[in-house]
Design a protein. Sequence first.
Length: 204
Amino acid sequence: MPPLEPSRDKKTLRRQLQAERQSLIDRHQRAMHLQEVLRVWLMARDDKAIGAYWPIKGEFDALPALYRWAEADEERCIGLPVIDKQTKQLSFQMWFPGCEMEEDAYGIPKPKDTPVFHPTLLLVPCVGYGNGGVRLGYGGGFYDRTLATLQPRPYTVGLAYSFGYVPWLQAEAHDVPLDAVLNEDGVAWQRPLPDALPDEHARS
């Protein structure tokens, strides 16, 4: 039977993509490929503080790759998001394997009593993604609200599986586009670097 045509209604599309992600028979293999893509991509970065997420609903688990990344340099640290139920924004607390965890206001595990830290790089889970860094999340708007106010703003990288690409997906007014998207096949999209300033002697 051919796959379902992705719905143009975002609520329905979210359900479709989540159901497909959780039913993938090769999800482990895809995850292994994405682990490698992420590890290689991080080698070109000089970040010391990376914000990640605790995987739910079949999301890709970036923590094994990040643990290996952190092992290579004692100054590197990893953090997980904590949702403020009042502001509906995220803060980040340091995480390490074996640290004590507790559930947040939405039942998602978070580090217990570890220091708050500010990531320079933020890994963002995607239900789906479109062109130009457009992300389809769960509809809560937590990342968009956080990124709209977080200063300095971290570099944002969406993590997704390739089936989640929706070419017609459009950003809404409140959406904050991602800076890059990685999937199991490699770099799906990355914001071009600003053009270098022209040479002084070339100016008229």
